[in-house]
Ligand binder design. Structure first.
Ligand code: ASP
Length: 329
């Protein structure tokens, strides 16, 4: 049994959160491959490390004197966040050399993606040390082409070969590299994609995506009071809900695992006993509810028309569209 586990930023925002994650991983020895995000918000008005890195790099590439000061204070704030995690975990790990390299690369204006990726990279180093797992830099195994598009085929070949030799590993999420080594990131929230790619490469039995909610809810809690959670949802249903604004998982994270038939389980790091939502290709179980979930966008409607013998009725679509037309839809 092989499980790939991805932990989001809020699950890794502090040493306290790291400890919860450590317990979850140790509880099931099938949890062999770990994909960490960068440290996220500790409180609602906190700033994610990824956002601090973007700002810090923004200051590094400007020439004015006051930017130099801002750059220094932002870099110090980022370093402090990691050092607090390291000391809170009781690890003897120094990131001084890493930060020296990061500083040099920032001053060489190495690129915004490199800057953002350091959040996951450094968190991966800490996670590997904490768990005693091997650290694999995503730059070595997640490949993009020269135009900056993810190269699924090359990555799968390389990654599956590399992980076949590695019993347990930490692979930071969100980034990879282009030919020549330049760092490239996925779009925001992209660690979900890395988790999915790794799951495919190791033929995992399950991809667990740990976040700060116990899966998908059947409706938006800001609109409906205490909505129930969704136990099982199909990829197809999920796509509809995501399209309509239900944002728990990055859209592109679905394709790699779906191809392989690997289910995704959305779980809550702060409430690990909850079963969360299981995302599957299809289910022959009688659903708990007739409607899986409801999501919506203002002034936007999606209409499905089903009718027996529709294919034998010439002009049906025309008639249907006329109804919309006549009602100004
Ligand atoms: N750290 C990145 C972001 O904030 C990627 C991720 O968390 O998945 O978007």
């Amino acid at each position: 049994m092989k499980i790939v586990v991805k932990f989001g930023g809020s699950s890794l925002a502090s040493a306290e959160q790291f400890k919860k994650v450590g317990k979850i991983i140790k509880k099931d020895e099938a949890r062999k491959y770990v994909i960490p995000s960068a440290p996220g918000k500790r409180t609602p008005d906190d700033t994610k490390v990824t956002d601090l890195l973007y700002s810090c790099y923004g200051q590094a590439i400007l020439e004015e004197d006051e930017c130099e000061e801002n750059f220094e204070s932002l870099l110090a704030a980022i370093k402090k966040r990691y050092e607090e995690i390291i000391s809170g975990l009781g690890l003897t790990l120094s990131l001084d050399d890493e930060f020296r390299t990061i500083r040099e690369n920032f001053s060489k204006k190495i690129g915004r993606d490199y800057a953002a990726s350091r959040g996951e990279y450094l968190n991966g180093i800490i996670m590997a040390a904490y768990l005693g797992y091997e650290f694999i830099d995503a730059a070595e195994v997640i490949l993009f082409d020269a135009a900056g598009n993810f190269d699924a085929e090359k990555t799968d070949k390389l990654l599956s070969k590399r992980l076949a030799k590695t019993e347990r590993a930490v692979i930071p999420g969100f980034y990879g590299s282009m030919p020549g080594g330049k760092i490239k990131t996925f779009s925001r929230g992209g660690s979900d994609i890395t988790g999915s790619i790794v799951s495919k490469a190791v033929h995992a039995d399950l991809y667990e995506n740990w976040t700060d909610v116990s899966g998908f809810l059947i409706a938006d809690p800001r609109i409906v009071r205490k909505p129930k959670s969704i136990d099982v949802i199909t990829y197809r249903e999920l796509r509809e809900l995501s399209y309509m604004g239900a944002t728990v998982l990055h859209e592109d994270a679905i394709f790699p695992v779906r191809k392989e038939g690997i289910p995704i389980n959305i779980r809550n790091t702060n409430s690990p006993e909850d079963k969360g939502t299981l995302i599957v290709e299809g289910t022959c179980r009688k659903p708990r509810f007739v409607i899986t979930g409801i999501a919506g966008k203002k002034d936007f409607a999606s209409i499905t028309v089903e009718k027996a013998m529709m294919n034998s009725e010439v002009g049906f679509c025309k008639k249907l569209l006329e109804v919309f037309d006549g009602n100004d839809i």
